[in-house]
Design a protein around this ligand. Structure first.
Ligand code: UDP
Length: 238
């Protein structure tokens, strides 16, 4: 018999870019559906899942700030972008029969629930997938930090970070064929070597809360489910 998954409750962070597929911006329906199916695979294993979705495919605060807009103002626009992505993922998940709730860090009463920690936890206990929108609700943060924050609040066993490649490398393996791939790293390795997988605030928060980070390739169909079963390729940060 297959061994049961090592995790009871996890958070998956998906960047906005991951939802673009081959497009240059915005959302690709087929890609959202593929990721939704992967999430369903994990739910079907009996694992409680929550999601944090980025917004970089629609709006990234830092870039607009550089172009002259006030950074905080631009960041609020970025957070609103993550709400759109959260709603798209909600539709993708519900269309394949996964029950979901969206909770936004910026209250938006007619669109979704506000973020309420205990309520989110209750949803998860009932097997619903909770999608956390609007990041932390604060400018000058990222959705990676929101992912570490929510994972800690939800007492998740691990934070799964879906990226463009199958783990953490010493450099971008798509640009540098000699980049070294790591199986296992410490939080301090990540910070000291400035490995561009998550920002330092997110890594510090994970470290303080002893929250393992599992980095895997979100573009590989079924990778989230495979990694959950201990199969496939990934890097663990502890
Ligand atoms: N953002 C923010 N506070 C947060 C999370 C996000 O201000 O807690 C803004 C910020 O402008 C960021 C944008 O939302 O650039 C989109 O989030 P992020 O860049 O993390 O998305 P991803 O790269 O994961 O798609």
């Amino acid at each position: 018999a297959a061994k049961p998954p090592a995790y009871k409750r996890v958070l998956l962070k998906v960047s906005g870019e991951a939802l673009m597929g081959e497009r240059e911006y915005g959302l690709d329906t087929a890609t959202c559906r593929r990721i939704a199916e992967d999430v369903k695979g994990v739910v079907d294993l009996g694992v409680q899942v929550c999601l944090v979705i980025g917004g970089g495919n629609i709006f990234r605060g830092v870039s607009a700030a550089a172009a002259g807009m006030d950074r905080a103002q631009a960041d609020y626009m970025g957070m609103l972008a993550t709400v759109m992505n959260a709603l798209a993922m909600q539709s993708a998940l519900e269309s394949i029969g996964v029950v979901t709730r969206v909770q936004s860090a910026i209250p938006m009463a007619s669109v979704c629930e506000p973020y309420i920690r205990r309520r989110a936890e209750r949803h998860m206990e009932k097997g619903r997938v909770v999608i956390f929108a609007a990041g932390t609700g604060n400018p000058f943060f990222t959705t990676d930090t929101a992912a570490a924050l929510r994972a800690a609040e939800m007492r998740c066993d691990a934070l799964f970070k879906g990226t463009q490649v199958d783990g953490v490398y010493s450099a971008d393996p798509r640009k540098n064929p000699r980049a070294e791939r790591y199986e296992r790293l410490t939080y301090l390795d990540m910070l000291a070597r400035d490995l561009q997988v998550m920002d330092a605030a997110a890594i510090s928060l994970a470290r303080e809360n002893r929250l393992p980070i599992v980095v895997f390739n979100i573009h590989e169909p079924g990778a989230f489910t495979a990694v959950m079963k201990g199969e496939g390729r990934f890097t663990t940060v502890v």
